[in-house]
Design a protein around this ligand. Structure first.
Ligand code: HEM
Length: 511
C-alpha cells in the first residue's frame, strides 16, 4: 500500500519546478483527506462515480502523476462532474466552466473552506497564509493587507519601477549572452527566475538581499540558498504524501520519515525567513521605512511574529514562480508558431514604433493580450484549483453534494472541454480576437480562479508576463533549440515545463 501511495508523489523536479501559491495549494488537491464518509447509495441524486476498489477507492488509478489529465479523460466518460474516492474521502471532480463557476461563485457560501494535507498544514502553520486559510475573519483581514500593501491595482503602482527594472535586467542579460556567444542556445528560465526572485524579495521585504546570516545554521547563506530553502524545498515538501491523509482514522500510527522531512523543511524555511525579517526590522528601527509588505505588516501591529513570518514567506514564494511558468510557456508557443510571433511583432511595431513597450501600452495590444490568455488556457499553471471543502449540503449541476465532500476543480479539464472550446488542444490566440470574446470573457479560462477566493496576484502576474513577452519579442526573434519542438511535458501537479526552455535569440537591431 505504501509503495502505491508513494508513487503519487510527483517526480523530483528542478529549481523552477517549485510552484507558487497555486502550486502550493494545488499540491493539496490529491493529498487532502478526512472528509466524512458518504456512501453513494445514501444519496438520491448523486453525480456518477468512477468505479474503484474497496478501501483505497480510486487511488491506484492516479499513479501516473498527471491527475489533471486523468481527470479530464474520465470527464469524457462520466461527464463534467463525477465523484471519486481517495481512501476514506469522497471527492467531487469538476471539469466544465459552467459547473466550476457554479461552485466557485454561486455556491461559494456552502463551499468556502479549504481542505489541507498534513504536509500543507505544517508548512502553512495551520492555515496561517492567505491562500490556504478558511474564508473568515482572518482570511478577510490578511487578504485586505496583501491587496492594500502589495497586490491591489493601486499598490501595484508603487512597484512599477521595480517591475520595469527586473524586465530591463532580463533584456540586458539576454543581450550580453547573445553578444558573448551568438550561436549558443540560452537557458530562458535561469535568467527569468533570478530577476523574478529579486522582485519578490524587494516587494516582500524591502530589499534584494544577496546573503543573510542564519543563526540556527551558524553561517551566512547565499541568495541561491535562500531561494532553495524558501521556495524549492517548500514546494517539493508540500507535495509530500502522507498516507494518513487518505486514512485519517489511522492517524495514530506514526509516519516518522514524513514527519521528519516536513518538520525539518518547515524549521529551515522559518529560520531563513526570520533572519531576513530581523535584518529588515533593524532597518525599520533605524527609521528607514520602505514600501514593502513587511513594513506594512509591522506597522499594523495586529499580527504575531509567527503570523508575520508565514505571511512574508507566502509573498516570497507566490511571486517567485507562476508568472515564470506562464511566460515560459508563452515563449515556447511563440517559438513553435513563428507566424504568430511575427503577428505579435507587427502589432508591437504598429502600436509602439521604436519606443520600448511599457505597461501603459498593454491595453492597446489586443494580440498580446490574446497570447497571454490563450497560454493560460492551454497551460494553466494551477491546473487543479486549491481543494475546496463542502461544509453544508448543496447542489452542483443539479446533483446533490453532501457536506463533507471535497471538491477538485480541474481547470485543465475545463479548458480541454470540447463543449466549451473549439479545438481545445490547439494553441490559438486568435480565438480571443475579432469580437468573438469580450474582454471579460478572457477570464473564461478561470486560470486565476473565480469569486471571492480568486488569485490576489492576477494584476501583477498579468503586468509582468505581458510586458516581458512584448519586450522579448520587440528586441529579439525567438527560435527553439533543435529537438525541443515537442518537449511540452510537464512535472508536478502544476504545468511546469519538464524541460527548461532553451532558445536562440536573434537581435532585431533596436537601439
Ligand atoms: C500566472 C500567474 C498566476 C496564476 C495562474 C495564479 C493562479 C491562482 C489560483 C488558481 C488561485 C486559487 C484561486 C481559487 O482558489 O479560486 C490563486 C490564489 C492566490 N494567488 Fe495566484 N496565481 C498567479 C500568480 C500569483 C502571484 C504573482 C501572486 C502574488 C505575488 C499570487 C497570489 C495568490 C494568493 C494570495 C492567492 C490566494 C487568494 C485567496 O485565497 O483569497 N498569485 N492563484
Amino acid at each position: 500500500m505504501e509503495t502505491m501511495l508513494a508513487s503519487l508523489v510527483p517526480a523530483s523536479g528542478t529549481a523552477a519546478a517549485a510552484a507558487a501559491a497555486g502550486g502550493l495549494v494545488a499540491a493539496a488537491a490529491l493529498v487532502a483527506g478526512g472528509g466524512r464518509l458518504v456512501g453513494q447509495k445514501d444519496r438520491l441524486n448523486a453525480p456518477p462515480a468512477v468505479p474503484g476498489l474497496p478501501i483505497i477507492g480510486n487511488l491506484h488509478q492516479l499513479k501516473e502523476r498527471k491527475p489533471h489529465q486523468t481527470f479530464a479523460r474520465w470527464a469524457q466518460v462520466y461527464g463534467p462532474i463525477y465523484t471519486i474516492r481517495t481512501g476514506a474521502s469522497s471527492v467531487a471532480v469538476l471539469n466544465s466552466t459552467e459547473v466550476a463557476k457554479e461552485a466557485m461563485v454561486a455556491k461559494f457560501s456552502s463551499i468556502s473552506t479549504r481542505k489541507l494535507s498534513n504536509a500543507l498544514s505544517v508548512l502553512t502553520c495551520d492555515k496561517k497564509i492567505v491562500a490556504t486559510s478558511d474564508y473568515g475573519d482572518f482570511h478577510k483581514m490578511v487578504k485586505r493587507y496583501v491587496m492594500v500593501s502589495m497586490l491591489g491595482a493601486s499598490s501595484q503602482k508603487q512597484f512599477r519601477g521595480i517591475r520595469d527594472m527586473v524586465i530591463d535586467n532580463m533584456l540586458s542579460t539576454f543581450h550580453t549572452l547573445v553578444t558573448d556567444d551568438p550561436k549558443a542556445a540560452l537557458n530562458f528560465r535561469e535568467v527569468f527566475k533570478n530577476e523574478l526572485f529579486r522582485l519578490s524579495l524587494i516587494q516582500a521585504l524591502g530589499e534584494d538581499m544577496s546573503s543573510v546570516y542564519v543563526e540556527e545554521f551558524g553561517k551566512s547563506i547565499s541568495k541561491e540558498e535562500i531561494y532553495q530553502t524558501t521556495v524549492v524545498d517548500l514546494m517539493m515538501c508540500a507535495l509530500a504524501v502522507d498516507w494518513r491523509d487518505f486514512f485519517p482514522y489511522l492517524r495514530w500510527i506514526p509516519n516518522r520519515n514524513f514527519e521528519t522531512k516536513v518538520s525539518t523543511t518547515e524549521a529551515r524555511r522559518t529560520a531563513v525567513i526570520r533572519a531576513l525579517i530581523n535584518q529588515q526590522k533593524k532597518r525599520i528601527a533605524r527609521g528607514e521605512a520602505r514600501v514593502s509588505y513587511l513594513d506594512f505588516l509591522v506597522a499594523q501591529n495586529t499580527l504575531t511574529d509567527e503570523q508575520v513570518t508565514t505571511l512574508v514567506w507566502e509573498a516570497v514564494i507566490e511571486a517567485a514562480d507562476t508568472t515564470l511558468v506562464t511566460t515560459e510557456w508563452a515563449m515556447y508557443e511563440l517559438c513553435k508558431n513563428q507566424e504568430k510571433q511575427e503577428r505579435l511583432f507587427e502589432e508591437i511595431q504598429e502600436v509602439c514604433g521604436d519606443e520600448t513597450v511599457t505597461e501603459d501600452d498593454l491595453p492597446r495590444l489586443p494580440y498580446l493580450n490574446a497570447v497571454f490568455h490563450e497560454t493560460l488556457r492551454r497551460h494553466p499553471p494551477v491546473s487543479l484549483v486549491p481543494p475546496r471543502f463542502v461544509h453544508e449540503n448543496t447542489t452542483l449541476a443539479g446533483y446533490d453534494i453532501p457536506a463533507g465532500t471535497e471538491l477538485i476543480i480541474n481547470l485543465y479539464g475545463c479548458n480541454m472541454n470540447k463543449n466549451d472550446w473549439d479545438e481545445p488542444e490547439e494553441w490559438k490566440p486568435e480565438r480571443f480576437l475579432d469580437g468573438r470574446f469580450e474582454q471579460a470573457d478572457m477570464f473564461k479560462t478561470m486560470a486565476f480562479g473565480a469569486g471571492r477566493r480568486a488569485c490576489a496576484g492576477a494584476t501583477q502576474a498579468t503586468n509582468i508576463a505581458c510586458t516581458a513577452i512584448a519586450r522579448f519579442v520587440q528586441d529579439f526573434a525567438w527560435r527553439l533549440k533543435e529537438g525541443d519542438e515537442d518537449k511540452d511535458d510537464t512535472i508536478q501537479l502544476t504545468t511546469n515545463r519538464l524541460y527548461p526552455l532553451h532558445v536562440y535569440l536573434t537581435p532585431r537591431g533596436r537601439k
